[in-house]
Design a protein around this ligand. Structure first.
Ligand SMILES: Cc1cc2nc3c(=O)[nH]c(=O)nc-3n(C[C@H](O)[C@H](O)[C@H](O)COP(=O)(O)OP(=O)(O)OC[C@H]3O[C@@H](n4cnc5c(N)ncnc54)[C@H](O)[C@@H]3O)c2cc1C
Ligand code: FES
Ligand code: FES
Length: 470
C-alpha cells in the first residue's frame, strides 16, 4: 500500500508516493540519497538521525527536532522536513562555525544531527540562549570521540551570533538559517491538507509517536497497514474544563509539559521532563502511547495514575470510559479490546491545595528508563493529611496505586514516624523482581526513599531528610 504525499523537503516542494510506514530516515538516505542524516542505533538513542519537522500552527511554522529513525513518512503531508542538507549554505552556518571554533567535531559522524538539534533549539527557544538550553538540545545525542565539553561551550558563540534573534527572518539575517526559510510559511499554507477520514476500527497496528512501536516492530511496520494516528487532528489538544483537564491522545510529552493548564496543576513538570527521554523523543512520544505500552515503569503512566486519570476508548461508534487504575490486568495485559483506540485522557480537577510530586531513579540520570518511579498527590490541612494517592512503578508487573499506604496515611499528621511507617506498609503492597535494573531488595529500598522524598519535597516545613534518617 502506498500513499500520495505532498510536503516540502529542505528548499523544494515535492510530491511522492510512498509506503506510509516507511521511516523518514530510510526515505532520506535511500530514496533521496540525502546521506548527511546518519543511521546509528535506529532506536532513538543516539541522535545521529535528527531532523527538523516544521508544521503550521495557526499562522506560524513551528519546528521540532525529532529522530527520523522513529517517524513514519506518512505523517509528512503538509509539513516541512529539514535534513542537514537543508541547513547548509555557501558559508558555514553560525551553528556549524561554532562547532568548528570550539573543536567540537572529530570523526564527524554525530555532527550533522547535533547541528540540526542546535538549530532547532535556536528556532524554538523562549528566552536566552544558555548552557542549560544547549544541554537539553543535546540530551538525545551521543558523541563517541569528541566529548561534550566543547559542544556545550558553543553556547557562547550562539549567544553572540543569535542571542537577540527571534523568528525565522531574524535567524536568516544572522546566518543561522538559509534564505529559503522565509518563504516556507507561505508555501505550507498553499499545500492542501487532506481531510482526515473517520477513526478506523479493527486491529491494524496503531502508530502514535512511534517511539515504542518502531523500536519493537521497525522492520515490519513499513510493509503493514499501520494506522498513523497523527492523521487524525481531533486527537490533539489540551482543554481546561471545569471538571477535568481533557488531554487528546496524541498530546506529546513536550506539549503536555508546556501547557499552561498543566503547569498550573504541576508547576514542577518541566523539571521532571529533564529526566524523561530526550527532547527529540519527547517531541514525538505521546501520553496515550505511554499508557498503552503498559510498561510497569512508564513515567507518564505513574504520574497520570496518581492524578486518578480516566481514559476514553473508542471502537467504531462505541465509546466507553475506564479508570486508569483499572486498566492493567497483568504484565502488559490491558482492559481493552484490540480494536479500541484511546482517544482522550481525562484528569479530574484537583483542589487548589493539592500538591503533586514525581520521582524517578534510573541507572543513568538522563535518557534512561526508571528502575523505580513514583508519584504523589497529597492534600493537607495544616499538618494533617486529608487525601493522598501514592503510585509506584517497577515494583510489580503493572504500575501500582499504593492503596493501603494511602489509607494508612489519611487522617494522620505528617511526622517522621508516620512516614517511616507508611513506607513499611508500602513494602507489603509490592512484589519487585530482580532484573537488569536492580535486585528486588534494591527496588524495595528505592521505593522507601522515594516515599520519603515526596514528603521532604512537598512539606519541608514539617519534615526534613535529617529528621527522617535520625
Ligand atoms: C530513546 C528512548 C527513550 C525513552 N525514554 C523513556 C522514558 O524516559 N520514560 C518513559 O516512560 N518512556 C520512555 N521511552 C518510551 C516511549 O517514548 C514512551 O513509552 C512513549 O510514551 C510511547 O508513546 P508513542 O506515542 O511513541 O507510542 P507508539 O510507539 O506510537 O505506540 C506504543 C503502543 O501504544 C499503541 N498506541 C499508541 N497510541 C494509541 C492509542 N491512542 N490508542 C490505542 N493504541 C495506541 C501502539 O499501537 C503501540 O502498541 C523512551 C523511548 C525511546 C526510544
Ligand atoms: S539512528 Fe540513533 S537515534 Fe536514530
Ligand atoms: S565527533 Fe565522532 S562521534 Fe562525535
Amino acid at each position: 500500500m502506498v500513499t500520495d504525499l505532498h510536503f516540502i523537503l529542505n528548499d523544494s516542494e515535492i510530491q511522492v508516493s510512498a509506503r506510509p510506514g516507511l521511516l523518514v530516515l530510510d526515505f532520506l538516505r535511500e530514496s533521496k540519497r540525502l546521506t548527511g542524516t546518519k543511521e546509528g542505533c535506529r532506536e532513538g538513542d543516539c541522535g545521529a538521525c535528527a531532523v527538523l519537522i516544521g508544521e503550521l500552527v495557526g499562522d506560524e511554522v513551528h519546528y521540532k527536532s525529532i529522530t527520523s529513525c522513529l517517524m513514519p513518512v506518512g505523517e509528512l503531508q503538509g509539513k516541512h522536513l529539514v535534513s542537514i542538507e537543508g541547513l547548509n549554505m555557501a558559508a558555514l552556518s553560525a551553528v556549524q562555525q561554532a562547532i568548528v571554533d570550539e573543536g567540537a567535531s572529530q570523526c564527524g559522524f554525530c555532527t550533522p544531527g547535533i547541528v540540526v538539534s542546535l538549530t532547532g533549539y535556536l528556532m524554538e527557544r523562549e528566552g536566552d540562549i544558555d548552557i542549560e538550553g544547549v544541554k537539553e538540545a543535546l540530551g538525545g545525542h551521543l558523541c563517541r570521540c569528541t566529548g561534550y565539553r566543547s559542544l556545550k561551550a558553543c553556547h557562547h558563540h550562539l549567544n553572540r551570533d543569535a542571542g537577540s534573534a527571534s523568528g525565522v527572518n531574524e535567524l536568516v539575517d544572522c546566518g543561522i538559517l538559509p534564505d529559503y526559510f522565509s518563504n516556507i510559511r507561505r508555501e505550507l499554507q498553499a499545500i492542501h491538507l487532506t481531510s482526515a477520514p473517520s477513526l478506523p476500527s479493527g486491529t491494524n497496528v496503531i502508530v502514535a509517536g512511534g517511539t515504542d512501536i518502531y523500536v519493537q516492530q521497525g522492520d515490519e511496520i513499513p510493509d503493514s497497514n499501520a494506522v498513523l494516528l497523527n492523521r487524525y487532528p481531533e486527537l490533539r489538544g489540551i482543554r481546561d474544563l471545569e471538571t477535568h483537564l481533557s488531554i487528546g491522545a496524541l498530546t506529546t510529552f513536550e506539549e503536555f509539559s508546556n501547557s499552561p493548564s498543566v503547569l498550573k496543576y504541576i508547576p514542577e513538570i518541566r523539571e521532571y521532563m529533564m529526566e524523561i527521554a530526550s527532547i527529540q523523543i519527547r517531541n514525538r512520544a505521546t501520553l496515550a502511547g505511554n499508557l498503552i505500552n503498559a510498561s510497569p515503569v512508564g513515567d507518564m503512566t505513574i504520574l497520570l495514575l496518581a492524578l486518578r486519570a480516566e481514559l476514553l476508548l473508542k471502537e467504531g461508534e462505541i465509546e466507553r470510559t475506564v479508570l486508569l487504575s483499572e486498566f492493567y490486568d497483568g504484565y502488559k495485559e490491558l482492559a481493552k479490546t484490540p480494536g479500541e483506540i484511546l482517544t482522550e485522557i481525562r484528569i479530574p480537577a484537583l483542589p487548589s491545595t493539592s500538591k503533586i510530586n514525581w520521582e524517578k531513579v534510573s541507572k543513568r540520570k538522563y535518557l534512561d528508563i526508571a528502575s523505580v518511579n513514583s508519584a504523589a498527590v497529597i492534600r493537607t490541612e495544616g499538618e494533617q493529611i486529608c487525601d493522598v494517592t501514592l503510585t509506584a512503578g517497577g515494583v510489580a508487573p503493572v504500575p501500582l496505586i499504593l492503596d493501603a499506604t494511602g489509607s494508612f496515611l489519611t487522617g494522620k499528621n505528617i511526622s517522621a514516624e508516620v512516614i517511616r511507617n507508611a513506607a513499611a506498609v508500602a513494602q507489603d503492597e509490592i512484589a519487585p523482581i530482580s532484573d537488569v535494573r536492580g535486585s528486588a531488595e534494591y527496588k524495595r529500598l528505592l521505593l522507601r526513599q522515594l516515599i520519603f522524598a515526596h514528603f521532604v519535597r512537598l512539606y519541608p516545613e514539617f519534615i526534613s531528610a535529617e529528621i527522617l534518617y535520625a
